[in-house]
Design a protein around this ligand. Structure first.
Ligand code: HEC
Ligand code: HEC
Length: 320
């Protein structure tokens, strides 16, 4: 028996508990009911318009009247992206790596779009973001986000490296040095002072590493004075490098091969240019013509020799 409550003025079902608790019969508001019917209608239309109901036989389904598929939608979306990219890509084609670098907008575009290219082709060896990948023998491939370069960090150097590949070569010296000589050389190199022993010149190391031991970029021969290491930098590790060389053909040689990406089909020239700019922008890229002349070395040279000693005594494991 329905009744109207005094307090609320709302009708109830007539069911009462505990003397005064009743069940209201409130109709949902009109707007709510309309919403409910509208959404029911929407479901029906949606089902008719889009692919919806699975058909039990042969994994098929009702295709919908709109002809919509996820692939078509994706193609439309990539079409939009390509239109935006096309503008930049067309520009990149005609420019040298240095010219791309000089254009702020293009450089920004390359920094953003180069990530996938680097990830797909380079990160496996150089690490995501160029941080290098380490094995127990040292770095598998050099770090690219620092300002230490084997082959040079100018934009054109980097481009040449990627386009043509690189492969440093150091002879195996195992038959050219006695155990004592090996020991002397390795210790001098470990301390970052290769030229402190006359053996460095006598054994021909200077031919590739330079008379000052600082390396020659055209050969990618390492700077042996900067305590930045590519391979195992323990005295034992350095002995191994000296004995068996790098890419020397000896079975125990260290291997260091940067693949040639300019070879037909590997990467397009535009992609290589993009990667050169991308790598340059990791932060280690070097300007073509320094705005300020190289700092005079007078101050460093006149400092007391032993000011450097503590650092030299504790060789730090840095890496190229
Ligand atoms: C198979 C491993 C491998 C892959 C893949 C690879 N690199 Fe290298 N990369 C190396 C090695 C090893 C070296 C050092 C070569 C040497 O020591 O002579 C090197 C050197 C370089 C250098 C010179 C560094 C310096 O200090 O001068 C640059 C720049 C470089 N790679 C960029 C790239 C880019 C960009 C890609 C992707 C297109 C790439 N590399 C893909 C192994 C690789
Ligand atoms: C034919 C040229 C050549 C000669 C000769 C040569 N080196 Fe090297 N050396 C290289 C190159 C190139 C590299 C860099 C390899 C690389 O990273 O691709 C290198 C790398 C090294 C390294 C590794 C540096 C690091 O960062 O891990 C050491 C140590 C070294 N050389 C010591 C010597 C000593 C000592 C001698 C003399 C006994 C010598 N080399 C003679 C070309 C040479």
């Amino acid at each position: 028996m329905s009744e109207i409550r005094d307090v609320t003025g709302a009708p109830t079902t007539g069911h009462v508990w505990d003397d005064d608790l009743g069940d209201f019969i409130n109709q949902p508001p009109r707007w709510w009911m309309l919403g409910l019917f509208a959404s029911a209608l929407f479901v029906v239309i949606y089902w008719v318009y889009y692919p919806s109901v699975p058909v039990s036989s042969a994994g098929s389904y009702y295709k919908g009247t709109a002809g919509w598929t996820a692939i078509k939608e994706m193609e439309a979306d990539t079409g939009e992206v390509d239109a935006v990219r096309g503008k930049f890509e067309a520009k990149l084609k005609g420019l040298t790596p240095a010219a791309i670098l000089a254009d702020k907008e293009l450089t920004e575009y390359v920094k953003r779009s180069g990530k996938v290219l680097f990830g797909d082709n380079c990160a496996g060896c150089h690490g995501q973001n160029g941080t290098g990948t380490r094995t127990k023998d040292g770095l598998f491939a050099p770090i690219l986000n620092d300002d230490d370069w084997l082959y040079g960090g100018k934009i054109d150097d980097i481009y040449t490296t990627i386009k043509g590949g690189r492969q440093g070569m150091m002879l195996a010296h195992k038959d050219m040095v006695s155990a004592a000589e090996l020991d002397t050389l390795a210790n001098a190199v470990a301390q970052g002072k290769p030229t402190s022993t006359p053996l460095f010149a006598e054994k021909g190391c200077i031919a590739c590493h330079g008379a000052d031991g600082k390396g020659i970029q055209a050969m990618g021969s390492a700077n042996l004075t900067d305590k930045i290491w590519r391979f195992d930098s323990s005295v034992e590790g350095i002995k191994r490098t000296i004995q068996y060389g790098v890419n020397s053909g000896d079975p125990k040689t260290r291997v260091a091969v940067m693949p040639n990406f300019g070879e037909a089909g590997k990467l397009s020239d535009t992609e290589i240019k993009k990667l050169a700019v991308y790598v340059y922008k990791f932060g280690g890229g070097q300007a073509d013509a320094p705005a300020v002349p190289a700092a005079p070395v007078v101050a460093a040279a006149s400092a007391p020799a032993d000011a450097m000693a503590p650092a030299a005594a504790a060789p730090e494991q840095k890496a190229k």
